[in-house]
Ligand binder design. Structure first.
Ligand code: GDP
Ligand code: GDP
Length: 454
């Protein structure tokens, strides 16, 4: 452990080739109370002293670094649907869907004492279609006695159920071995340049004009593309040609012909939005420019930032915006959108077609930022100068030192700072602002994570 720090300290990581690589991702899914959190803690074993100090971590989707037999991977605990919400099965299925889209392997946790319920059957149906490997764990098998009861789980069609006790640790080594077998050496590059058109989510609260805008963009079918060589199009997506480039608008099924049914409950719409953002590389958040900005608009923006996707803000219904409203809107932008002042804004009208041509260039800018990686040498040159002029504030009488930084990854750009103490949130924000002043990153969130070694 100590030696790793020494290497970093001596600047071995200065060579860009040696920068930390993205790790393969294991997503853990399952009903509430089957013991997911307990199991995740057990799998991690708290062997890694990684400080999770990322403002981007969402309440309901937390990721951790794991290390087993010398291999590193990331565990994503996809907690978070509300157990009391309507349609538990639908939301669990949607959670599994999301996991499949973003992870390299999925671990389905079932309570071994309860067995498979209708919910697990619904989830298994979704997971069986998955291209990524799925492992099935029967948790809460605390002793040999319980191990006999899990044979029923074969019926889920996900292969052999592995007995485990998250509480006592029984079976966890075997599960980890199987996880390593299932995970690829390197993560699948779900956003790779070779994977075809760039993925766009068109999101926003109900009635902001999402379907109208999509109709406008695909007007009379002239720009709807049905085939791109070598690309398979998910039937829920639309391929749209804008500005001589083909884009994949994700999860647009039912949007072009608006379905006005009772199934559009707020909760379900929320899950759809979330899944679309997860599946996309960049999101256009549509806001109704003719009405005061709402909490709901801000929540959608927060979802995009927390998911680490590039962001374009589009004010729609601009045909209804007069001078008074425009002044009010400027105030709203200063007050409510200050946190995302790095995002470009376009004022459009889905009705008249005003300025919709500006969307493609802003999408390109945002994605370019999202893809960018600042070389470690340049980054540290900049950082050393900045920290010399503005050292981090002392905490508890001790001044933290920033030893070294690297942009561990892009998509989204993520800086890792190696320090001798915690950095206050205010100072991290200051660093981000200065970082953007120098390196730009228009349209992309930037994450700063801090690893502390005393
Ligand atoms: P989650 O909602 O799926 O994340 O479940 P939790 O990890 O919060 O666990 C739910 C409950 O199951 C807690 O009371 C745990 O103590 C209990 N639990 C978790 N794992 C085991 C296990 O392996 N054996 C037993 N007997 N109880 C467990
Ligand atoms: P969605 O729920 O976000 O898909 O919103 P819709 O596309 O169904 O639009 C909601 C309402 O706003 C419809 O009555 C549209 O005709 C109207 N609308 C959408 N875009 C515009 C616009 O740019 N200007 C005006 N005046 N109305 C619009």
């Amino acid at each position: 452990d100590e030696s790793e720090w020494d290497e970093v300290d001596q600047g071995v990581l200065l060579d860009d080739e040696e920068a930390p690589r993205p790790q393969p991702v294991l997503a853990v899914v399952g009903r509430p109370n089957v013991g997911k959190s307990t199991l995740v803690n057990r799998l991690l074993g708290r062997r890694e002293a990684v400080v999770q100090d990322q403002p981007g971590v969402t309440r309901d989707r937390v990721s951790y670094d794991a290390l087993w037999n010398g291999r590193r991977f990331t565990v994503v605990d996809t907690g978070g649907w509300e157990p009391d919400a309507k349609g538990l099965q639908a939301s669990v299925a949607s959670q599994a869907e999301m996991a499949m889209r973003t992870a390299d392997a999925v671990l389905l946790v079932v309570d071994g004492k309860v067995g498979a319920t209708g919910t697990e059957e619904a989830v298994a149906r979704v997971l069986r279609r998955s291209k990524c490997p799925v492992l099935l764990v029967a948790n809460k098998v605390d002793d040999q006695r319980g191990a006999g009861d899990i044979h029923d789980l074969w019926s889920l069609g996900l292969g052999e159920p592995m007995p485990m006790s998250g509480l006592h640790g029984r079976g966890s080594g075997d599960v980890l071995d199987r996880v390593l077998e299932a995970l690829p050496e390197t993560p699948r590059d779900s956003f790779g340049a070779s994977s075809g058109p760039r993925k766009v989510a068109l999101v926003g609260k109900p009635n902001v004009g999402k379907s109208s805008l999509l109709n406008q963009l695909t007007g009379e079918d002239r720009s709807v593309v049905h085939d791109v060589a070598g690309t398979t199009v998910d039937p829920v997506d639309s391929l749209v040609e804008l500005d001589n480039q083909v884009w994949r608008f994700v999860d647009t099924a039912g949007m072009r012909k608006r379905v006005n049914t009772a199934s559009g409950t707020e909760y379900y719409a929320w899950l759809r939005t979330k899944a679309a953002i997860e599946a996309a590389e960049v999101a256009i958040v549509l806001i109704d420019g003719s009405e005061p900005i709402t909490e709901q608009d801000l929540r959608v923006i927060t979802m995009v930032v927390e998911a680490g996707r590039a962001l374009v803000i589009a004010y729609n219904k601009w045909d209804l915006v007069d001078d008074d409203r425009r002044r009010q809107l400027e105030k709203e932008i200063d007050r409510d959108l200050i946190r995302v002042r790095w995002a470009e804004r376009v004022n459009v009208s889905a009705r008249t077609g005003r300025s919709v041509a500006k969307l493609a260039p802003t999408l390109r800018t945002a994605l370019e930022s999202w893809d960018t990686r600042v070389p470690t040498g340049r980054l540290n040159g900049w950082l050393n100068e900045l920290v010399a002029a503005y050292p981090p504030p002392a905490r508890g009488g001790r001044q933290p030192k920033i030893k070294f930084a690297t942009q561990a990854q892009s998509r989204p750009p993520t800086l890792v700072l190696f320090t001798t103490g915690f950095l206050e949130a205010g100072y991290r924000r200051f660093l981000e602002r200065k970082f953007r002043e120098t390196f730009g990153f228009t349209g992309s969130p930037v994450r700063i994570s801090v690893r502390v070694r005393e």
